[in-house]
Every structure is written in structure tokens, then in C-alpha cells.
Design a protein around this ligand. Structure first.
Ligand code: AMP
Length: 145
């Protein structure tokens, strides 16, 4: 899989959107879904995906769905910063395997950065489910407040 190709409706994020695979959901509306990355590169690493666009990458999404996606990215970034108080936050997105993309449904990464901490290896170490559930509860509570 690389920059050009056909959208695979069986990719893991499409399965999550359809409710066929689980996720630690943080936010959902008609157009956008946000959930915790289960192989986080830092504490609070989240993903935001478009639900209605069968887009593998930023080249393939229409501007309207992209705008809706980014509005949620900004909202969730604010929640993460308020709740986790990182020293910085990365908002990132990869297009094509050579750029680091491993799941071929467009997604935005929100990665809090903490002073003195290096990033974990991309998509490699699965987080403890109890810790993910606890973090999910914490962020949901912050979003509701
Ligand atoms: P990318 O390499 O930019 O395509 O990012 C894909 C991201 O999805 C990686 O950060 C993975 O850790 C993450 N990921 C893979 N499978 C899942 C899953 N089932 N639930 C949540 N995050 C996942």
C-alpha cells in the first residue's frame, strides 16, 4: 500500500467506524470519530477519523469532510492540553507507507509531548487496557465539563 491505490473497506478504522471492531471512543458525531491510539507514542495519543469519506489519505478527502475533521481535531487537542497539561502537542498525519502510514483510512494523530520524554516507537507497543480505559474516562469527563 502506498500513496495511490484503492480504498479497502476492511481496514481497521473502517471496522471501528462500523462498530465491528472495538475502540476507546472519545467523541463521535455524524461525520467524525475520535478514539485512543492503542499503541500510543505518548500518554494521551489520540486519533481522529472521518466517518463518511472513504479516503485513504489527505489527497482523497473532500474539503467539507476535511474541515469537519479538523474542527474535531482542534476541539480534542484543547481537551488533551487542558486535562493532561503536556509541554507541547503534535498534530500529525501521514500519507503513503514511505511517509509512515500503516492504516489506510485518513486519520489525524494528536500526540501530547512531555518535557524530557522521547516519543515511543510508532504503532509498536500496545498499552495496558486498564490504563487506556482510565484515560478514556478522564478525557470524557473533561469533555463533558
Ligand atoms: P499511521 O501509521 O499514521 O497509519 O497510524 C496508524 C495508527 O493507528 C498507529 O498509531 C497505530 O498505533 C494505530 N492503531 C492501529 N490499530 C489500532 C486500533 N485497533 N485501535 C486504535 N489505534 C490503532
Amino acid at each position: 500500500m502506498s500513496l495511490h491505490g484503492t480504498y479497502d473497506a476492511q481496514n481497521i478504522f473502517a471496522q471501528i467506524i462500523r462498530g465491528e471492531a472495538p475502540c476507546y471512543k472519545l467523541y463521535e458525531d455524524e461525520d467524525v470519530l475520535a478514539f485512543l491510539d492503542v499503541f500510543p507514542q505518548s500518554y494521551g495519543h489520540c486519533l481522529v477519523v472521518p466517518k463518511r469519506a472513504a479516503a485513504r489519505n489527505i489527497l482523497e478527502i473532500d474539503a467539507d469532510n476535511l474541515a469537519k475533521l479538523m474542527a474535531v481535531v482542534q476541539r480534542l487537542t484543547r481537551v488533551l492540553v487542558d486535562e493532561l497539561e503536556p509541554a507541547g502537542v503534535q498534530v500529525a498525519q501521514f500519507n503513503g507507507a514511505p511517509a509512515g502510514q500503516t492504516v489506510f483510512h485518513l486519520h489525524m494523530h494528536i500526540v501530547p509531548r512531555y518535557a524530557g520524554e522521547t516519543l515511543g516507537v510508532h504503532a509498536s507497543v500496545k498499552a495496558d487496557p486498564a490504563a487506556l480505559a482510565q484515560l478514556q474516562a478522564r478525557l470524557l469527563q473533561r469533555m463533558a465539563s
